[in-house]
Design a protein around this ligand. Structure first.
Ligand code: ATP
Ligand code: GNG
Length: 252
């Protein structure tokens, strides 16, 4: 299906699909491919699995102390490349982002997998990306799940690099995502957040997807305005943990 260019010349509207390992991001994201006005960008896992013949994802899971910082550095680069990828289409949908990569850095910090100097460098890189790179995000769709549900899904999918991933690790990653996007008690949120209960079945999630897709198309300008107001509030007052920018499908 040929991609229809952005005839009405509105600026690009970018959506990031976020969530724990196995929360259904790829499955959800692939539904957007039916639209010819959206650039759909999956997480570049295959790049992480083959860095000049090295499976860096596997090395990171096997030895996070030795490879954690190196892996995060490559995630940052490959995600930045996707954020800055140009398109004439009016919409871009990405799986995860430079923002959520920071969730994993935060978890490595909490579990003491990284030395202070590694954290400092990764956070300086992250800060530069936020301040100077074009990683404009207009909506975050948070596929919120329970660690137990995603653990079963991850085991069923059986990605070999994730053989050693424990339920405890998924609980840690869940907690950081929830602190960031649900409790709003971690780093700032770059756009309005649409929280979906992604514990639902595949068919139920199709209905959620349809509501989300319609909401994006119908409320594009409203969401951009919502984001502008968020940024203004942030510049005026420190981020309150319960800032009211959390939206649920249908309320936009
Ligand atoms: N709503 C759902 N109910 C049950 N299983 C699901 C659901 N959504 C996805 N799955 C299955 O769970 C596994 C993980 O799904 P998917 O790859 O879409 O998740 P993901 O968030 O992209 O994972 P990762 O972050 O590890 O790439 C797959 O085997 C998929 O078929
Ligand atoms: N440590 C770490 N940092 C990241 O920024 C990051 N982003 C994704 N992943 C892991 C989750 C899945 O196993 C697999 C695919 O999502 O890659 C990450 N792991």
């Amino acid at each position: 299906m040929s991609a229809s260019p952005n005839k009405n010349c509105k600026r690009l509207f970018t959506v990031c699909i976020e969530g724990n390992i196995g929360s259904g991001k790829t499955t959800f994201l692939n539904n957007f491919k039916a639209n010819d006005n959206m650039l759909v960008l999956q997480e570049p896992v295959e790049l992480w699995r083959d860095v000049g013949g090295t499976n860096l994802l596997e090395k990171m899971y096997k030895d996070p102390v030795r490879y954690g910082c190196l892996f995060q550095s490559y995630v940052q680069l490959t995600m930045l490349q996707l954020h800055t990828q140009k398109t004439n289409l009016p919409f871009k949908v990405m799986e995860r982002s430079v923002y959520s990569a920071r969730c994993f850095i935060e978890n490595m910090k909490r579990t003491k997998m990284l030395e202070k100097v590694e954290i400092d460098i990764l956070e300086q890189w992250h800060e530069w990306c936020i301040q100077r790179a074009d990683i404009q995000t207009d909506l975050i769709v948070y596929l919120r799940t329970s660690p137990e549900v995603v653990y079963e899904r991850m085991r069923t999918r059986a990605r070999k690099e994730e053989d050693c991933v424990s339920l405890e690790y998924l609980r840690q990653v869940h907690d950081v995502h929830d602190d960031w996007l649900y409790n709003r008690s971690l780093f700032s949120v770059p756009a309005p957040v649409m929280v979906l209960d992604a514990n639902k079945s595949v068919s139920e999630m199709m209905a959620e997807f349809e509501k989300c897709r319609r909401s994006i198309f119908e409320n594009r300008d409203k969401l951009i305005m919502e984001n502008k107001n968020m940024q203004k509030r942030r510049n005026v007052e420190p981020m309150s943990p319960l800032s009211p920018t959390k939206i649920s499908v249908g309320s936009v």
